[in-house]
Design a protein around this ligand. Structure first.
Ligand SMILES: NC(=O)c1ccc[n+]([C@@H]2O[C@H](COP(=O)([O-])OP(=O)(O)OC[C@H]3O[C@@H](n4cnc5c(N)ncnc54)[C@H](OP(=O)(O)O)[C@@H]3O)[C@@H](O)[C@H]2O)c1
Length: 382
């Protein structure tokens, strides 16, 4: 059996649709027929630089977010049935990357999609949610998080009632999930930064105060936050992580406070305390890899209840046209910048020409810097 897959033949080369052999699940794995997949900034980074993929050879795939139905089950898998609706995060391996019709996943690293969540909403969850959750609840280490107790473990829900927190980039996919998780953890006030038109979106996630970063540039953020609260702020999630955003939140962070950043740290030293014992962690958003694997198992098992109860909501989404074939055009849009929306493709709608004109030009030049941060070969192990 074979299936459609969106591949690129070399770093920076245009995407094309090919037929590739459908894999069979090994022990502990399930085969999933994708219904929806979502687009992330890392997808154009992977395609542009060949980041992490060229060790397994070209043509290579991208795609981290997927939602679909279990269609085959490997040996030793318990608790899953054919036809179950699940969401999952790719494992940086060609059989697991999501921009294709069928994928493999470790059965321990998938979450059941509650009936109340649509296929499109479910596809917005895996990487955005995992990146928020790992940054808030993974232990403090150079590639970790700020070590709070997650709301899915006993005693975690509302544990931090009355404590203040900040999330920058509240309208981003990661920022939305970070706000919602901090709310589930009890934090209040939750202060965030976003464009004015996304104020309601951030408030519906649980932000109590939304600062428009166009009116209040990051160097002025510490003064703006002081006007809102004089309480110490010991937890900050920086989902923007530009140098000016990191400098501002580092200044706001109280002594002994902890900061999670989504991009390489420009303040403090990841995993090491500063003079006033502040710490910064650089989040590694793959819940299913290396030292995050055990965390990921518990996280995926805990996700369903949070979404089922309505406490957690998927990101706002927009369905792009032409299924897998429309993804390269979607990535061009994403690279130019979207606002308060996750782009989602319905795999069964795949048709027409593979787009992607202008993708190379749209990719921010500063991403070239990632070539220095990551070796463009095997995934670094954390
Ligand atoms: N470390 C990891 O493992 C990991 C994993 C996932 C993502 N990331 C990184 O995390 C970042 C967010 O990813 P994402 O998928 O959540 O992005 P996204 O949803 O595409 O982000 C778009 C949003 O970013 C907001 N934004 C842009 N500049 C901003 C600023 N200066 N201040 C406040 N908000 C700003 C915009 O808000 P407005 O529309 O309101 O202006 C927009 O809604 C990206 O840099 C991504 O590469 C890292």
């Amino acid at each position: 059996m074979s299936h459609k897959a969106l591949v690129f033949p070399g770093p920076g080369e245009p995407f094309e649709l090919i037929e590739r052999a459908t894999p069979k699940p090994s022990t502990g794995q399930v085969l999933i027929k994708n219904v929806t997949v979502a687009l992330n900034p890392v997808d154009y980074v992977i395609q542009h630089l060949g980041l992490w993929v060229d060790y397994y050879g070209y043509p290579a795939l991208a795609g981290i977010d997927g939602a679909g139905e279990i269609v085959a089950i490997g040996e030793g898998v318990q608790g899953w049935n054919i036809g179950d609706r699940v969401l999952y995060e790719a494992l940086y391996d060609p059989d697991t990357m999501t921009f294709q019709e069928y994928v493999l996943s470790d059965a321990a690293q998938v979450a059941k999609i509650p009936a109340s969540v649509s296929w499109e909403g479910a596809a917005t969850v895996p990487l955005g949610f995992a990146t928020a959750a790992l940054g808030l609840y993974q232990e403090m280490k150079p590639r970790g998080g700020v070590a709070l107790t997650p709301p899915w473990v006993e005693g975690g829900h509302n544990k931090y009632a009355g404590k203040a927190a900040i999330v920058t980039g509240g309208a981003s996919s990661v920022g939305q999930y970070a706000i919602q998780l901090l709310k589930a953890s009890g934090f209040s006030p939750i202060i965030t930064t976003a464009s004015k038109h996304n104020e309601d979106y951030c408030k519906s996630a649980g932000a109590t105060h939304v600062i428009d970063y166009h009116d209040v540039p990051y160097p002025e953020l510490p003064a703006a936050v002081k006007k809102i609260t004089s309480e110490p702020i010991s937890v900050i999630y920086d989902a923007v992580a530009t140098h000016d955003a990191q400098k501002a939140v580092w200044q706001i962070l109280s002594p002994k406070g902890k900061l999670a950043v989504v991009l390489p740290p420009a303040v403090g030293k990841a995993g090491e305390a500063s003079e006033d014992e502040k710490e910064v962690a650089w989040v590694f958003g793959s819940a299913n890899l290396f030292s995050n694997y055990e965390f990921g198992k518990k996280m995926f098992a805990g996700i369903t209840k949070l979404f089922e109860s309505g406490e957690l909501k998927p990101n706002h989404f927009e369905v792009i046209p032409r299924g897998l074939a429309g993804i390269p055009d979607g990535l061009t849009r994403l690279a130019k910048g979207v606002s308060g929306v996750k782009l989602v493709a319905r795999v069964a709608e795949t048709s027409g020409n593979v787009g992607g004109a202008g993708l190379k030009e749209a990719i921010p030049p500063q991403l070239e810097g990632l070539r220095q941060v990551y070796p463009v070969g095997k995934l670094p192990e954390f």
